[in-house]
Design a binder for this molecule. Structure first.
Ligand SMILES: O=P(O)(O)OC[C@H]1O[C@](O)(COP(=O)(O)O)[C@@H](O)[C@@H]1O
Ligand SMILES: [Mn+2]
Length: 642
């Protein structure tokens, strides 16, 4: 091993004892049970529902409470205690308003602190003390450790422990301590979070989800097509930018753009007011049946203005990148502007709800000067939004197109394959890629675009858009996105988006094994975990496919999609005993949980059971620890053994 490196390491481990202690510590960790992984996907801006799933650890928190207190507490008391762990600040307020004297409250405080300590002691039983210490509320570490590790065999210390809790109460620290311990419990129950894509779009608060993830103790993200759309916009893709604004307008979420990220929509509004009228196809989704307010009428116009800009911007990309194989999507050129009809795939359809005031039939993809100015101003504003920069940088730092983690393959959409199950090949410039290589190249382009944000029409930037909507994008995986048809053609057959064969071949175990092998994963042990396509429980679809090689966890946090799925999302848990899939019923509100103690009913299905409890040694983290141990042993030999 490099002696310079060992010299550096010796600065941290500057005596033999330190090296020995660390080696023993790491070896011990390797033999602990593996921590719990929590998988979620397709959050789509639904911050409240996501918060709930995160805070209750997909039911794990209540399970632990029940394990310890099932004989002592009634079901209502268990629910109340669980609500206290999920939402400590709010629940404390609510409970305190029910007491009318201090003595009773103090008794309650004492009891809850003791129960919290018991819960933490149980929830942390598979972690080292040092890990638990890091999860404790910093200002109370000393006190909590005293209470946690009390050895009271001879009852000598009883008054001492009682004194500690009394003091906490009399010094007015009980609320703070209970709150801190509640968050510690949440953190202990889930060791690591995977977000399998689609944080953004449709729902109202993606920014708050991002802030939550930024503050979360351990997380990785597999980008979804909607996330890449936002990354693309920030990286300089005007067509991605037009898309994010269009989707925000469609779902009545323009305040995310304006108020949250501080992007000025005024120039776009002016353009929209000038060229567009009311149009039923472009009214914000949720309000389509009600009479329009002034604001909604503005949104309807903005929606049309930005959709037309988007369609115009697609055209030059399709032309300069023939290997995107999207010439069928040069739709503006296929419109007969006199007859108001379109001919696509050999059929002619009448167009409805058109809004082509800014289109010159001779050069339909040409932006008006005004449109060009608007999109340029928007891009400037987007690229200079501090908050957006923070969120996008985090997405890049913690995110990737796919992830191999503890033997599993996490990927938002699909692995593009043909109907024989072979990896699809895609030509990019003069090279051809397939399988894992193709995905690696996609990711390289996205990272390049992100670090060269001043370039707006180079291949890397165009590729960000391809990832949103391209046939062989592993985030999308459909032949084409029929946005134009959905707005302007009544015939629903034109709205259908043909899926890559992956989406039915993944029912087949052989296909899944082959894909796992493509990523050098053990097909006997590994699973593929996908989001992206809502699993229709309503129609009897099973999210666990191909003899459990494949698990699809998009049950639809997105409210807009819950009527098609019949549930409110799946999550997956993977602990030392195996994997469990959790189906969530619709989340009403935080208030409901606080008041009625009712939790979202979660039905669990076992995916896999480990024959022997899995240890840290067998995990990704375990591999890293083994490497650290090797280095420390080398240091030991180099520095301290001769
Ligand atoms: O329901 P909407 O807003 O019309 O969106 C439909 C579009 O969203 C997509 O399903 C992509 O979004 P998802 O990744 O959430 O599936 C497209 O395939 C489709 O054209
Ligand atoms: Mn998706």
């Amino acid at each position: 091993m490099n002696t310079k490196f060992l010299d550096l390491l010796a600065q941290k481990f500057d005596c033999e004892e330190k090296v020995v202690t660390e080696i023993i510590n790491l070896e011990a960790i390797l033999n602990l049970p593996k921590g719990t992984e929590h998988f979620v996907s397709d959050l789509h801006g639904e911050y409240q529902a996501f918060q709930h799933v995160l805070r209750n650890g997909s039911g794990k928190v209540k399970e632990k409470i029940r394990d310890i207190f099932k004989t002592e507490l009634s079901e209502t008391e268990i629910n109340d205690f669980a609500a206290l762990v999920y939402y400590p600040e709010d629940k404390l307020k609510l409970i305190k308003s029910n007491f009318d004297n201090k003595e009773e409250l103090n008794i309650w405080y004492k009891e809850k602190m003791e129960q919290m300590i018991q819960l933490i002691s149980y929830a942390s039983s598979k972690y080292t003390r040092s890990k638990l210490r890091k999860a404790l509320p910093t200002q109370f570490v000393y006190v909590v450790e005293e209470l946690l590790y009390k050895t009271d065999e001879y009852t000598n210390k009883k008054p001492y422990y009682q004194k500690i809790t009394q003091e906490i109460i009399s010094l007015g620290q009980a609320d703070k301590l209970i709150t801190g311990l509640a968050y510690t419990t949440q953190q202990l129950v889930v060791d690591h979070l995977h977000v399998v894509g689609d944080i953004y779009d449709r729902g109202p608060e993606p920014d708050k989800i991002m802030d939550t993830l930024i503050n979360y103790h351990s997380v990785d993200i597999q980008w979804g097509n909607h996330d890449v759309l936002w990354i693309g916009a920030f990286a300089g893709s005007k067509v991605c930018l037009a898309n994010i604004i269009r989707i925000c307008a469609r779902y009545d979420n323009l305040d995310i753009i304006e108020d949250v990220y501080g992007i000025n929509l005024r120039p776009l509004l002016n353009l929209a007011e000038k060229y567009y009228e009311d149009n039923p196809a472009f009214r914000p989704k949720i309000h389509s049946s009600k009479p329009l307010t002034e604001e909604q009428s503005q949104i309807t116009k903005i929606h049309q203005a930005i959709a037309i800009i988007q369609f115009k911007l697609e055209s030059p990309i399709i032309k300069r990148r023939p290997y995107f194989n999207m010439s069928e999507r040069l739709l503006l050129e296929k419109v007969d502007y006199e007859k108001n009809e379109i001919t696509i795939y050999g059929n002619t359809y009448p167009l409805e709800n058109t809004c082509f005031a800014t289109i010159n039939p001779d050069q339909p993809d040409q932006l008006l000067k005004e449109e060009e100015q608007v999109i340029n101003k928007l891009l400037f504003s987007v690229q200079n939004s501090e908050k957006l920069a923070r969120h996008m940088k985090f997405l890049m730092k913690k995110g990737s197109l796919y992830l191999k983690y503890n033997g599993n393959l996490l990927i938002h959409g699909c692995m593009p394959i043909d109907n024989q199950g072979n990896m699809e090949q895609m030509q990019i410039e003069d090279q051809t890629y397939a399988g894992r290589n193709l995905l690696d190249v996609f990711e390289q382009y996205l990272r390049y675009a992100f670090s060269h944000r001043e370039k707006t029409d180079d291949l890397a930037t165009d590729m960000a858009w391809y990832l949103w909507t391209g046939e062989y994008s592993s985030l999308f995986g459909k032949r084409a996105m029929t946005t134009f048809e959905r707005y302007f053609i009544n015939d629903k057959t034109t709205h259908k988006e043909k899926k890559n064969p992956y989406y039915y071949l993944r029912e087949n175990e052989e296909t899944c094994r082959k894909i796992l092998e493509e990523f050098d994963l053990d097909p006997d042990q590994g699973h593929i975990i996908n989001g992206h396509t809502p699993v229709k429980e309503i129609d009897g679809e099973n999210p666990i496919k191909a003899d459990a090689k494949m698990i699809v966890i998009d049950g639809g946090f997105s409210k807009a999609y819950q009527s098609t799925t019949g549930i409110a999302g799946y999550t997956l848990l993977y602990n030392s005993y195996g994997m469990q899939l959790v189906a969530h019923q619709q989340f009403k509100s935080k208030e409901d949980v606080l008041l009625n103690g009712t939790d979202v009913l979660s039905v669990k299905r076992v995916v896999d059971k480990e024959l022997e409890r899995k240890k840290v040694l067998e995990t990704n983290v375990g591999k890293e620890l083994l490497e650290e141990i090797d280095m420390l042993k080398s240091l030991m030999e180099y520095r301290y053994m001769n």
